[in-house]
Ligand binder design. Structure first.
Ligand code: URA
Length: 496
């Protein structure tokens, strides 16, 4: 009997190397065992010797490495030997994985599915809580208890999704840590290390309540999708009972109130009148809930204050205020329209699909986004719910006007040489009147004595174009506008 020692419970690289060695030495699966960490091997097991240098590499079908990567994440104690058994059989049964009635293949398929499902649950049910890191920054920490060993498999998803944050996911067995550029894995943690509720939790509760549609409530399906095991770590579960209990009454109320709403044209008029009364001399902060109304003297202070803004009705269904981002001494401000669905959740501008087009154009022009300040004309996501989706709605004149208080403050604090309006809404917010892209695009306009304005299209416009040729043409024109920005402001060039 032989054994190989692996570093941690889902150590795929360690397993692969040991499995290759065992295969080269001709050790059958029944004589092979694997131990993790300091665990003791079987009484009569010998450590695996190094394979001969000229040993033949195993041949496997294309699908096997990916399958094996998931198998070693399964909670079964014999997962490593089982994966090795499949590898062993594949040497003589090349098409084994295509035989869906084979018992090993059936088992592998079920194990892979269980691991995929657990990884999916981790992506869906991890909830970060905000903790001050003691150096003026924020650290986001979550506690999660996966069923299988899926931390290594799933952590890269969070690194891609929350690239700009410093976060740690604590689990009983392994913890994943992202410092903004590197993903590392640490030992497991205990439940008492998980942080308590915070601001992020309040945002998430707002979001959850805003997408909860009482008319579509299916309690059984909801409980099947979100098993009770995960409830303890999910703040919104405290809302589930009252939401379920209130759902029937809320549905009845929705039906009863629908016919009494004013006609759409009247609603529009009421909205216009309300907005016309609103002034943008002050931001209308929610002082009762901890807002400080002193005029902010830095972008960081402004961002903090803007969290409490209730100047227009958009704050209520939105998850959070999405304030501008970038250095306070940036030479340029890019202004979009309003945050989209992903920005609303992440709390950062231009991180969704439009953000990708924007990033690509900046990269094509050689502009370093980190040296620019990026914001929106309106700081809350405006949407209408459709099922579980939230469909973007264009902000109206009133909303743009009210939110201009923040945009003006950002301009005053950053003092850029150039402002780039991405789309007509941004141009309208900056010029104080409706303009067309056709009339204003790609030329420098004096905004004030020290600041020029350059108007270009919104990146979403390119995404919405129906055919590839038009998209390619418009991307090129957009890239050319970005190149013009670099030409005007050479200090933005990407550091190579
Ligand atoms: N569209 C915008 O205008 N701004 C964003 O931040 C995202 C999408």
């Amino acid at each position: 009997m032989f054994f190989a020692r692996l570093a941690f419970p889902a150590d795929f690289d360690g397993w692969r190397q040991a499995a290759r060695t065992a295969l080269a030495l001709g050790i059958p699966p029944e004589e092979m065992s694997f131990v993790v960490g300091d665990a003791a091997p079987g009484l009569f097991a010998e450590p695996l010797r190094d394979a001969l240098a000229d040993a033949v590499q195993p041949t496997v079908s294309k699908a096997f490495p990916d399958l094996a990567r998931k198998l070693v994440c399964h909670a079964n104690a014999d997962r490593f030997v089982f994966a090795y058994r499949l590898l062993w059989r594949l040497q003589t049964e090349r098409k084994l994985l295509e035989i869906s009635s084979d018992l090993d293949v059936l088992r592998a398929t079920a194990m892979e599915k269980a691991v995929r499902r657990d990884s999916h649950k981790m992506k869906a049910f991890v909830r970060f809580r905000e903790v001050e890191d003691g150096e003026g920054g924020m650290h986001y920490v979550a506690w999660f208890e996966p069923f299988h060993h899926v931390v290594e498999l799933t952590a890269p998803f969070f690194a891609r999704r929350f690239t700009g944050m410093v976060w740690t996911i604590l689990t009983p067995e392994r913890s994943a840590h992202w410092d903004g550029s590197d993903l590392t894995f640490l030992p497991g943690a205990t439940k008492d290390m998980r942080p308590e509720g915070d601001d992020v939790e309040a945002l998430w509760l707002t979001y959850y309540a805003s997408i909860f549609n009482p008319a579509r409530l299916k309690v059984k399906a909801m409980q099947a999708e979100m098993p009770k095991k995960y409830w303890a770590n999910m703040p919104e579960t405290a809302l589930i009972r009252p939401l379920i209990e209130g759902a029937e009454a809320a549905s009845r109320r929705m039906l009863a109130t629908a016919p009494t709403l004013p006609r759409f044209s009247h609603q529009r008029r009421q909205e216009r009148e309300r907005m016309a009364k609103a002034t943008h001399d002050e931001p209308n902060l929610d002082l009762e809930n901890g807002a400080d109304d002193a005029r902010p003297d830095s972008i960081a202070a402004a961002r903090k204050q803007a969290r409490h803004c209730k100047a227009c009705p958009l704050w209520e269904p939105a998850t959070q205020t999405v304030f501008g981002e970038g250095p306070q001494d940036a030479p340029v401000i890019f202004v979009g329209e309003q945050p989209g669905d992903q920005e609303d959740l992440a709390g950062q501008p231009f991180v969704g699909p439009a953000g990708q087009v924007f990033d690509q154009a900046l990269a094509a022009a050689g502009i370093d986004r980190r040296q620019a300040y990026v914001t929106n004309a309106v700081k809350h996501f405006k949407f209408v719910p459709r099922g579980k989706r939230r469909i973007h709605q264009k902000p109206n004149m009133g909303e743009i006007k009210v939110c201009r208080w923040w945009l003006d403050l950002e301009r005053e604090l950053v003092k850029p040489k150039l402002i780039v309006a991405l789309g007509a809404t941004a141009a309208q917010a900056l010029l104080g009147k409706a303009v067309t892209i056709r009339d204003t695009r790609s030329r420098l306009i004096d905004l004030d004595d020290a600041t020029k304005l350059l108007v270009t299209v919104h990146p979403s416009y390119i995404l919405r174009l129906p055919d590839k040729a038009a998209q390619a043409r418009e991307s090129e024109a957009f890239n050319a506008d970005m190149a013009m920005v670099l030409h005007i402001l050479p200090e933005l060039a990407m550091a190579v």
